[in-house]
Design a protein around this ligand. Sequence first.
Ligand SMILES: Nc1ncnc2c1ncn2[C@@H]1O[C@H](COP(=O)(O)OP(=O)(O)O)[C@@H](O)[C@H]1O
Ligand SMILES: [Mg+2]
Ligand SMILES: [Zn+2]
Length: 504
Amino acid sequence: MLVRVRSSAVLGVAAVGIDVEVEALQGMPRVELVGLATSAVQEAKVRVQAAVRNLGVDLPEKRIVVNLAPADLRKEGSSFDLPIAVALLAACKRLPPEALEGFHFAGELALSGEVKPIRGALAQAIEARRAGATALVVPEANALEAAVVEGLRVHPARHLGEVVAWMNGVAEPPTRAPAAPQLAPDGALDLADVAGQEHARRALEVAAAGGHNLLLFGPPGSGKTMLARRLPGILPPFTFEEALEATVVHSVAGLTRDRGLLAERPFRSPHHSVSDAGLVGGSNIPRPGEVSLAHHGVLFLDELPEFRRHVLDALRQPAEDGEVCIVRATRAVRYPAQFMLVAAMNPCPCGWYGDARRACRCTLHELAVYRRRISGPLLDRIDLHVDVPAVPCAALPSAGSTEPSAAVRARVLAARERQAERAGPGGPRVNARLKGAALRRACPLPPEGRRLLAEAVEKLGLSARAHDRILRVARTVADLEGADRIAVAHLAEAVQYRALDRRA
Ligand SMILES: Nc1ncnc2c1ncn2[C@@H]1O[C@H](COP(=O)(O)OP(=O)(O)O)[C@@H](O)[C@H]1O
Ligand SMILES: [Mg+2]
Ligand SMILES: [Zn+2]
C-alpha cells in the first residue's frame, strides 16, 4: 500500500509543497530514501528508524522505499523527519492513513522520538495554508510562529508517540492560538534619554522620515550608538505585511523559537569581524545574512572603518537593490533586504580629532588612510553625514527634558504620508528611493535654489550621485515641514549633511 504525507521544503523565504511517499515492497529488508535528498536529508533515515524503534514498533521485513516528490527539487534540512516517520508508521498500519487528510507535517526527530525545532516553520505554515491544509503539526518551539497564519490549526508536537496517539484518535491534539506581538521586555529605547545633540536628533528624524542612510561620526562616548539604537522607535510602526515578511526571514534563520510575529522593526548590529557571508548571506547551505535579518528595519555598522573592505563592497548591491540573490550550482535563492543603513565611526583612529578636550595623536598619513577605508562608493550611498560631538558633562543631567520618540514619530509618519501620496500607488514609498525622472519631478527648485546647489556642487567637488542625494534629503526636509515645494532653507540643510564630502 502506498502512503502519502504532505510536507514542504523551504527555498529562500518561501516553501514549496513536498509529498512524502512510502511503499513497502517485497525484497531485502531495508529503508531506501530517494528523491534528490542531500546527505543531510539522508541522515533522516537513521533518525527516523531509531525514533520508530523507540516507540516499540518493528518495521516489516520488507524493502521500504521513501520518495520525496517532486524529485527534481534538491531537499535540504531536517524537517522531513517527522513526515517520513508518520508515513512509515502509516505504511506499517500503526496509524490510519485516512486520519492524515488535511494535515501537513514538519519537524526534526531525535533518536528518542522527541520532536526538535526547525528553521522556516512560518514559511511552511504559509505554504500549508496555500495548499489547502487545515492542520499543521510542528515542533512545539515553532508553534507560535506558525500560529501567525490564519485559517490553519497548529498542533505543537513534543514527541512522535504523541503524534501517533492524535492520529489514532486516542488523544486530542492541543492547538496553539496566535499570540499578540510581544514588545521588548525592557521597553523601547526612547529619544527622551538623549540630552542635547539637537543636530544629531534632527538628522535622525530626517533619516527616518525619508528612509535615508545615515553616517554618525564623533569621538568615543559621544552617544553615536545610543542615537542609532533609538531609530526603530521613530520609524513608522510595522504593518502586518511588513512584520510577516521580516518574521519569515528570522524564522528561516532559526531565530524565532517560542516567538510569534516580530513586534518591532529589527535593529541588527553585526560585529566588524563579520564575514561577507555573515553580512549578505550565503555559505554552503544558503542562509539569510544580516542585511536580510534587518529587512524592514535598521542595519547598524558600528566602527565602520574596522569592517573589511570586501565585506563593505558586498553590501553595495543589496543596499541598492533591496534584495540578495545567492547563486548556487543548481539554483538561485533570493532573500529580501530592504534596510536603512546606519553607520558610526570615530573621526580618526585615536578618536579625538577635532575634540577640544583631548589632543588627537594621529599623523596626517594615519588620518588619510583611515578616511580612505570608507571613502568612495559606500560613502556616496549614504545620504546624511552627521557630526556627533561630545556633550559637555554639565549638559547631561538635562536628559528627560528632551522630546520623546513618540512626538518625533508622529512627524515622521506625517512626512511619510506626504511621500506616499506624491508617489501614488506603485511608486517609491520613501524619498530615499526616488530616482531619475521621478526624482526631478518631485523636486522642482526655485532659481535661487538651483544656484545654491550648483555652488555647493562646485565648491565641495560633489559627484552626480551626491547631487541627487542632496535633492532627496531636501525633499524630505520639505515634507517634514509640510511644504509642497523645496525652498532654499531646505536645500541649505540638506547640503550641510554632506560634511564628509566637504572634508575629503
Ligand atoms: N547626549 C547624551 N545624553 C545622555 N547620555 C549620553 C549622551 N551621550 C552619551 N551618553 C552616555 O554615554 C554612553 C556612551 O555612549 P555611546 O552611545 O556608547 O557612545 P559612542 O557610540 O559614540 O561611543 C551612553 O550609554 C550614555 O550613557
Ligand atoms: Mg559606540
Ligand atoms: Zn586621532
